[in-house]
Ligand binder design. Structure first.
Ligand code: ADP
Length: 313
């Protein structure tokens, strides 16, 4: 064993694009000696790395890397031209934890405090009113608060799974119809309640991706479109080879709220009046897109409608 084999970082020495030497960690990720680096991993700007290798210039980037053996990680990549070495440091966990740590606990306790104090008040009321028939209102209020806490916890557990567990992304062949129908049947009561017509355009039979990620992205976006649509309206879902698009003719997003909708616990002024929510749905969508290396965009006009587009390839 060389001392480099004791390091957690991937260390590769190159000869052209071929790997001349790889340490133990590098070998675990598939960097075997004598094969070309582009056969082991890729990332959005790999052409820039290649350019720097050809021109013998130092290079540095922090990005999500896809290893062809199946995993993907958020990494710091450094190319040292004078030594012709690449060093890759896995920053997935650090990055994700950094993102949530700062405001996580404060937001969580703040968000849970309101429904909890409503519950508490109502329980005292129930105690006082125990002997007559006036219990319906406090009981219903308590139920609503309990549901709200439950919704926050549901979404938080998804967030927790995606952010802290160092989630390893699977790349599977997914049956588009099946995954779409699962989402729709999960949202069925919301769809019926508002008499929404969900119109789908499933352009591909199969999709490559992680089943949990694709399901959650679809579910959260379609659920929002239903929530923020008027009764008896239509929601459009397109799944093509490259994109997932969810579109509605609903309440839209105010211009001054557009840069906040992906924040954890943020809820628009109108949406608070219009539908229940935890303010976590889109922050989960954003994190999952980052994990999977997808790009998310949206267009929205207040009182006209919204269109969310995820580029999946
Ligand atoms: P929630 O829906 O629980 O409030 P989200 O994180 O899913 O939380 O969304 C954050 C905010 O973004 C919503 O409160 C709403 O203001 C806005 N929003 C998201 N999707 C839509 C949509 N399809 N139409 C209008 N507003 C939307």
């Amino acid at each position: 064993m060389n001392f480099l084999d004791y390091l957690n970082e991937i260390i590769i020495e190159l000869d052209g694009y071929k790997i001349k030497y790889s340490n133990k960690t590098a070998k675990e990720y598939g960097f075997k000696e004598n094969i070309e680096i582009i056969n082991v991993f890729t990332f959005n700007e790999i052409d820039k790395l290649i350019y720097h290798i050809i021109n013998k210039k130092d290079y540095f980037i922090e990005t999500t890397i896809y290893f062809f053996q199946g995993s993907s990680k958020f990494c710091k990549i450094i190319y040292l031209s004078n030594e012709n070495k690449i060093i890759i440091e896995d920053k997935t966990e650090k990055e994700l934890i950094k993102k949530v740590k700062s405001d996580f606990i404060t937001s969580l306790s703040h968000e849970l405090r309101t429904p909890l104090s409503i519950l508490k008040g109502n329980i005292y009321l129930i105690e006082d009113l125990n002997k007559n028939n006036l219990l319906i209102k406090p009981i219903n209020n308590s139920k609503k608060s309990l549901n709200r806490i439950e919704r926050i916890l549901d979404q938080l557990s998804i967030l927790y799974m995606a952010e802290f567990d160092n989630y390893i992304i699977k790349n599977e062949l997914l049956d588009t119809n099946k995954i779409y129908n699962e989402v729709i049947s999960d949202l069925e009561h919301k769809i019926k309640e508002k008499n929404i017509e969900v119109i789908n355009k499933l352009e591909v039979e199969y999709l490559n991706g992680d089943p949990f990620i694709i399901y959650t992205l679809l579910r959260n976006l379609i659920s929002n479109s239903i929530k923020y649509s008027y009764k008896n309206s239509k929601v459009f879902v397109t799944i093509s080879k490259n994109e997932i698009i969810v579109e509605d003719n609903g309440i839209g997003i105010r211009e001054n709220e557009k840069n906040r909708i992906f924040e954890r616990f943020y809820r628009g002024v109108d949406s608070r009046k219009y539908a229940k929510g935890s303010g976590l749905g889109l922050s989960i969508v954003k994190h999952l897109c980052e994990l999977a290396g997808y790009k998310i965009n949206f267009k929205s006009e207040w009182m006209v409608g919204s269109r969310f587009i995820i580029k999946i390839a």
